[in-house]
Design a protein around this ligand. Sequence first.
Ligand code: FAD
Length: 534
Amino acid sequence: MSNKLRTVICFFRNDLRIHDNECLSWAHQHFDFVLPLYCLDPEHFKGTYHFGFPKTGFHRSKFLLESLTDLRHSLQKHGSNLIVRHEKPSVAIQELINQCSQSIAPVSSVVFQKEVCSEEIQVESSIVKICQAAKIQVKTFWGSTLFHRDDLPYAKKDIPDTYTQFRKTVEARCKVRGLTAECPTWKPLPQVENGKLGDIPSLADLKVEPVEVGRSYPDPRSAFPFAGGETSGLDRIHRYYWVSDNVAKYKETRNGLLGSEYSTKFSAWLANGSVSPRYIYHKLKEYEAERVSNQSTYWVIFELIWRDYFRFVSWKYADLIFYPGGIMGKAYPWQTNKTLFQMWCQGRTGVPFVDANMRELLYTGWMSNRGRQNVASFLVKDLNLDWRLGAEWFESLLLDHDVCSNYGNWNYSAGIGNDPRENRKFNMIKQGLDYDPEGKFVQTWVPELQRVPQGKIHVPWTLSEKESGSIGLELGVDYPTPVITAPEWSRHFHKTSAKPKDPRNAAGRGRGSKPKSGQQKGIDFYFKSGHTKS
Ligand code: FAD
């Protein structure tokens, strides 16, 4: 038996693609055999950190399985395959090392893309530990951002605290790197693994349940009707640029709420790495050179830099983004009123603009950026609830959940991030009127309000008895009375007929029941007790 041939384990994480993938290219360039591996880590299918919501909920789990199926097909086209394991990465990697140890090509290296947050770093440390014990090389690459970490014009501790300063310096002093060259020659799997690839599990295998039993998915109203995977991600980029030219009017449409075309929808593919931000950038540059370069095409890059910013801020401040006081360490008596929170989650607050957005999230895993900013502000600044409830609910449901973007944006919305200048409270009525003036978005997701006249769709509690009677809407029965009305809302309507409840009187305050670590059913959840990072 010869030890001259070498195998590398290419451990896929949030880089589920074959284009612009440095780990994959490096593996195929330097080794005789390549073992592409993905692990459905049981930790990702437990409860969220404090409140125990399903950590990878129905929508994102489905998207992930589609992404893995697509990745497997792509690798197969190149004579390779994807090994799938449903166990901790360190366990799976150890097993593969053991299996190959007696073969003609033992594992001599493990390669993966680096992440920045603590749970992901723990995974990295456990892999390093077993590799050190087995005298196996660990190689990592940075690949998740537009600007490479090593090209930043400052040290980690000096990363600017305001987005504008960050953007201006990277734009002036960094260059987006070119795409990684495609693997020149694709190396085979080592023989030992051929029979034991591992099936891509079903949602039922993962014990992931739909948010509502009996409801059909995908919801035909969804603004994100796309499948997971590199193939559909690349297709979306192509169509958004070259087929519809929608990228050329992005800046005017990006605050839309209905349909797939108002914004790029790249986020879900970016989050699990099915598309690379550099690919989006370089294809956009080609589009600008050939078709049009305008404020809209620039604005897509402007937004991608927000994504970079939150990733680098998470790198700089580590676990602070998860603390109740956030990066600023601001002490604030956050509340965890379960009744109020459930109203928010279910889209039953009685504030139509909030409810429409929250129902969209629940049933599709998608919510527009405009919607996210509003419902976050409402949770934190109107209901005074713990921002981490919202962040973990988003973590559970969002198709595009990205730990840095999600927790970074929640820090920002809660006014506890490192850039305090944008600490503003959104006015739900003004926002509804500005961005959904005809009430179409609300009517799409809150059909109970379909017959409410346009002028009152965002404030149904101001309907007179006669008006309510004529459309057959009984507030408090067919649709909730608002859980709160903020004083500033009254500037946008003239008459309030229903007396809103004071949220502070709603039942269910505080942390009660025991934590549950497994997947929860539907939107029922348990507060974990005494389990805070503070
Ligand atoms: P576009 O408007 O087309 O923007 C293009 C790309 O720029 C996006 O795909 C995204 O990668 C990036 N981007 C745009 N805005 C932001 C932003 N504010 N922060 C970071 N990146 C941005 N985005 C996520 O990708 N994952 C999350 O988990 C997430 N959680 C959020 C939570 C809250 C409370 C808020 C207010 C925003 C959150 N965002 C998150 C940011 C933003 O809402 C989404 O990136 C955007 O709505 C995705 O739609 P799109 O791809 O069509 O975006």
